[in-house]
Design a protein around this ligand. Sequence first.
Ligand code: NAD
Ligand code: UDP
Length: 324
Amino acid sequence: MTGRVAVLGGAGFLGSHLCDRLVARGDEVVCVDDFSTGRRANVAHLLGNPAFTLVEADVSTSVPVDGSLDAVCHLASPASPPDYLARPLATLAVGSEGTRLALELAERNHARFLLASTSEVYGDPAVHPQPESYWGNVNPVGPRSVYDEAKRFSEALTFAHHRSRGTDVGVVRIFNTYGPRLRTDDGRVVSNFLAQALRGDPLTVYGDGSQTRSLCYVDDEVGGLVAMLDASVTGPVNLGNPDEYTVLELARTVIELTGSTSTIVHRPLPTDDPARRRPDISLARQLLRWEPTTPLAVGLARTAEALVAEQRLGSASEPGAGSE
Ligand code: NAD
Ligand code: UDP
């Protein structure tokens, strides 16, 4: 499909890469963002392009996009644990009111609606790896619930719209994704470890580091998002890289890859930190003909290179996590 696409949260890490990919293939993109956890700098290179428009707005209040649309991609939400823990009410608002307004925008335009959901809907999973048929194990009142339950509600609202109003929807469950444009202060494991290793500071492994994650390089992930946007698939569909590593393995890989002299220190494990996470991507392979291809070492090297470049430009210290 090429057409006119609204990308809510388009100035964020993933959203800005999605804007790049859509503009490159000939789509017209309207990026809507409130810059709460994203950065204007992520899309600054697109600003002079007639195929790109930037609208500053909090989509929990309104989504001011004029003109007709062929698709609405809803990526607006804090995503890193420190970011959403610092903004509990805003996270719930954008997952509820924001999703409702985004769905109504899609419905008015007879546009396809793409929801960026998350592996966090599986919580601390009792089933491993996680297929889409698994209903999850989420603490509904714990600190992480502001994100997990907001995304679960977003999924419920999206499916209700599809069933009761016939809105064309697609839900993807994104597993941990990393790459250039991650903020060095966003607190996620890859940005923390790379920034620490590049500075020569100790890498902070939470708990004993035996918990696992499966990390997908951003170019691969965006390929999956675009495949889902173009497909007539409702989902939910898992999008992630099934290669699974312990956090301690990841720390050692980062130290080796950057040639750093950093040591490893252990810090307390955050509340309700999931013990393991690995996507079953059979559905994505079958329905979208999609699978990731970038090895971890290659993706980490590209991300490290970008972090070094950003630090030279002085944007690495830009404040990210604020408070409500
Ligand atoms: P990010 O924080 O870099 O991007 C989110 C963007 O949404 C930011 O630009 C932020 O300013 C914007 N935003 C937040 N609230 C908003 C609001 N009320 N109105 C307008 N804009 C708002 O995070 P990301 O990693 O790029 O994540 C993008 C989406 O993908 C999120 O919905 C997230 O839940 C989902 N996701 C990401 C990952 C991952 O590993 N990166 C994993 C699972 C799901
Ligand atoms: N983590 C860590 N050190 C850090 C940041 C994160 O050990 O400096 C761990 C965290 O406890 C979790 C994993 O790395 O087990 C992934 O954390 P992240 O915040 O990136 O994403 P999550 O998958 O928890 O949403």
